[in-house]
Design a protein around this ligand. Structure first.
Ligand SMILES: Nc1ncnc2c1ncn2[C@@H]1O[C@H](COP(=O)(O)OP(=O)(O)OP(=O)(O)O)[C@@H](O)[C@H]1O
Ligand SMILES: [Mg+2]
Length: 145
Protein backbone atom coordinates (compact mmCIF):
# COMPACT_ATOMS: atom_id res chain seq x y z
CA UNK A 1 0.00 0.00 0.00
CA UNK A 2 1.17 3.48 -0.87
CA UNK A 3 2.34 5.59 2.02
CA UNK A 4 1.76 9.32 2.20
CA UNK A 5 3.48 11.88 4.36
CA UNK A 6 2.06 15.37 4.71
CA UNK A 7 3.28 18.49 6.42
CA UNK A 8 0.60 20.60 8.01
CA UNK A 9 1.44 24.14 9.05
CA UNK A 10 -1.69 24.99 10.99
CA UNK A 11 -4.72 23.44 12.68
CA UNK A 12 -6.78 24.59 9.69
CA UNK A 13 -4.54 22.66 7.32
CA UNK A 14 -4.91 19.53 9.42
CA UNK A 15 -8.70 19.96 9.33
CA UNK A 16 -8.54 20.29 5.53
CA UNK A 17 -6.45 17.15 5.33
CA UNK A 18 -9.02 15.28 7.44
CA UNK A 19 -11.73 16.51 5.13
CA UNK A 20 -9.88 15.16 2.10
CA UNK A 21 -9.06 11.88 3.81
CA UNK A 22 -12.75 11.40 4.60
CA UNK A 23 -13.60 10.96 0.93
CA UNK A 24 -12.11 7.48 1.00
CA UNK A 25 -13.99 6.39 4.13
CA UNK A 26 -16.94 4.04 4.15
CA UNK A 27 -19.15 2.37 6.72
CA UNK A 28 -17.39 -0.19 8.94
CA UNK A 29 -13.99 1.40 8.48
CA UNK A 30 -11.97 1.56 11.69
CA UNK A 31 -9.20 4.12 11.73
CA UNK A 32 -6.56 4.36 14.43
CA UNK A 33 -5.11 7.81 15.13
CA UNK A 34 -1.69 7.74 16.76
CA UNK A 35 0.41 10.55 18.13
CA UNK A 36 1.29 12.44 21.29
CA UNK A 37 -0.94 14.82 23.21
CA UNK A 38 -1.71 17.85 21.10
CA UNK A 39 -0.30 16.38 17.91
CA UNK A 40 -3.51 17.09 15.96
CA UNK A 41 -5.62 13.92 16.06
CA UNK A 42 -8.78 15.73 17.06
CA UNK A 43 -8.24 18.49 14.47
CA UNK A 44 -8.11 15.77 11.85
CA UNK A 45 -11.36 14.25 13.18
CA UNK A 46 -12.95 17.71 12.93
CA UNK A 47 -12.10 17.65 9.23
CA UNK A 48 -13.61 14.21 8.75
CA UNK A 49 -16.76 15.35 10.55
CA UNK A 50 -16.88 18.46 8.39
CA UNK A 51 -16.84 16.36 5.23
CA UNK A 52 -19.83 14.40 6.54
CA UNK A 53 -21.65 17.57 7.48
CA UNK A 54 -21.74 16.81 11.19
CA UNK A 55 -23.44 19.64 13.06
CA UNK A 56 -22.23 18.74 16.56
CA UNK A 57 -19.09 20.20 18.02
CA UNK A 58 -16.19 17.80 17.68
CA UNK A 59 -14.00 17.59 20.75
CA UNK A 60 -11.55 15.12 22.11
CA UNK A 61 -13.62 12.57 24.01
CA UNK A 62 -10.76 12.07 26.48
CA UNK A 63 -13.03 12.12 29.53
CA UNK A 64 -15.89 10.32 27.88
CA UNK A 65 -14.07 7.65 25.83
CA UNK A 66 -16.68 7.87 23.08
CA UNK A 67 -18.50 10.61 21.20
CA UNK A 68 -21.09 9.76 18.59
CA UNK A 69 -21.88 12.04 15.68
CA UNK A 70 -24.49 11.75 12.97
CA UNK A 71 -23.67 13.19 9.60
CA UNK A 72 -24.56 12.74 5.98
CA UNK A 73 -22.56 11.17 3.20
CA UNK A 74 -22.25 14.01 0.66
CA UNK A 75 -22.12 11.59 -2.28
CA UNK A 76 -24.60 8.87 -1.35
CA UNK A 77 -26.79 11.31 0.62
CA UNK A 78 -27.52 8.81 3.38
CA UNK A 79 -27.02 9.37 7.09
CA UNK A 80 -23.77 8.18 8.50
CA UNK A 81 -22.72 7.54 12.07
CA UNK A 82 -19.24 8.38 13.29
CA UNK A 83 -17.97 6.89 16.53
CA UNK A 84 -15.09 8.93 17.89
CA UNK A 85 -13.16 7.07 20.58
CA UNK A 86 -10.30 8.17 22.78
CA UNK A 87 -8.50 5.39 24.60
CA UNK A 88 -6.10 7.59 26.51
CA UNK A 89 -7.73 6.65 29.80
CA UNK A 90 -8.47 3.02 29.04
CA UNK A 91 -6.70 0.83 31.56
CA UNK A 92 -7.91 -2.66 30.81
CA UNK A 93 -9.81 -4.77 28.36
CA UNK A 94 -12.67 -4.73 30.87
CA UNK A 95 -13.41 -1.16 30.02
CA UNK A 96 -13.66 -2.01 26.34
CA UNK A 97 -16.13 -4.78 27.22
CA UNK A 98 -18.24 -2.44 29.33
CA UNK A 99 -18.24 0.04 26.49
CA UNK A 100 -19.42 -2.67 24.11
CA UNK A 101 -16.51 -1.93 21.83
CA UNK A 102 -16.84 -5.05 19.68
CA UNK A 103 -20.49 -4.36 18.95
CA UNK A 104 -19.85 -0.73 18.21
CA UNK A 105 -17.14 -1.40 15.65
CA UNK A 106 -19.29 -4.01 13.94
CA UNK A 107 -22.14 -1.58 13.81
CA UNK A 108 -22.80 0.41 10.65
CA UNK A 109 -20.53 3.31 11.39
CA UNK A 110 -17.15 4.81 10.79
CA UNK A 111 -14.93 4.43 13.85
CA UNK A 112 -12.10 6.83 14.61
CA UNK A 113 -9.90 5.90 17.56
CA UNK A 114 -7.45 8.28 19.21
CA UNK A 115 -4.71 6.54 21.21
CA UNK A 116 -5.59 3.25 19.50
CA UNK A 117 -2.19 1.80 20.43
CA UNK A 118 -3.28 1.58 24.07
CA UNK A 119 -5.94 -0.96 23.20
CA UNK A 120 -4.61 -2.48 20.03
CA UNK A 121 -3.61 -5.76 21.62
CA UNK A 122 -7.24 -6.32 22.62
CA UNK A 123 -8.66 -5.62 19.22
CA UNK A 124 -8.79 -8.20 16.54
CA UNK A 125 -9.64 -5.62 13.97
CA UNK A 126 -7.79 -4.49 10.93
CA UNK A 127 -6.93 -0.95 11.82
CA UNK A 128 -5.88 1.55 9.23
CA UNK A 129 -3.61 4.08 10.83
CA UNK A 130 -2.93 7.74 10.61
CA UNK A 131 0.12 8.95 12.54
CA UNK A 132 0.74 12.44 13.83
CA UNK A 133 4.11 13.84 14.82
CA UNK A 134 5.51 17.13 16.01
CA UNK A 135 8.37 18.61 14.04
CA UNK A 136 10.82 21.23 15.25
CA UNK A 137 8.57 24.05 14.04
CA UNK A 138 5.90 25.15 16.45
CA UNK A 139 2.80 24.76 14.32
CA UNK A 140 4.05 22.10 12.00
CA UNK A 141 2.84 18.52 12.20
CA UNK A 142 3.89 15.51 10.17
CA UNK A 143 0.94 13.36 9.21
CA UNK A 144 1.37 9.86 7.84
CA UNK A 145 -1.28 7.71 6.24
N1 LIG B 1 -0.45 21.94 12.14
C1 LIG B 1 -1.26 21.70 13.18
N2 LIG B 1 -2.17 20.71 13.10
C2 LIG B 1 -3.00 20.44 14.13
N3 LIG B 1 -3.00 21.10 15.31
C3 LIG B 1 -2.12 22.11 15.44
C4 LIG B 1 -1.22 22.44 14.39
N4 LIG B 1 -0.45 23.48 14.81
C5 LIG B 1 -0.86 23.77 16.05
N5 LIG B 1 -1.85 22.96 16.45
C6 LIG B 1 -2.50 23.01 17.78
O1 LIG B 1 -2.20 21.78 18.41
C7 LIG B 1 -3.34 21.32 19.13
C8 LIG B 1 -3.80 19.99 18.57
O2 LIG B 1 -4.83 19.55 19.38
P1 LIG B 1 -5.65 18.23 19.16
O3 LIG B 1 -6.74 18.29 20.18
O4 LIG B 1 -6.01 18.06 17.75
O5 LIG B 1 -4.56 17.14 19.57
P2 LIG B 1 -4.78 15.60 19.89
O6 LIG B 1 -3.72 14.90 19.13
O7 LIG B 1 -6.19 15.23 19.67
O8 LIG B 1 -4.43 15.53 21.45
P3 LIG B 1 -5.02 14.60 22.62
O9 LIG B 1 -4.20 13.34 22.61
O10 LIG B 1 -4.80 15.41 23.84
O11 LIG B 1 -6.47 14.34 22.34
C9 LIG B 1 -4.41 22.39 19.00
O12 LIG B 1 -4.31 23.26 20.10
C10 LIG B 1 -4.02 23.10 17.72
O13 LIG B 1 -4.44 24.45 17.72
MG1 LIG C 1 -7.68 14.49 20.85
Amino acid sequence: MMKWKYLSNSPEETIELGKKYARRLKLKDVIGLQGQLGSGKTQFVKGIAKYFNVKDIVNSPTFLILNEYIGKDPVRKDDIKINHFDFYRIESINELDILGFDDIINDNSICLIEWCELAEEYMNTNLRKVKFDYSNRENERIIDF
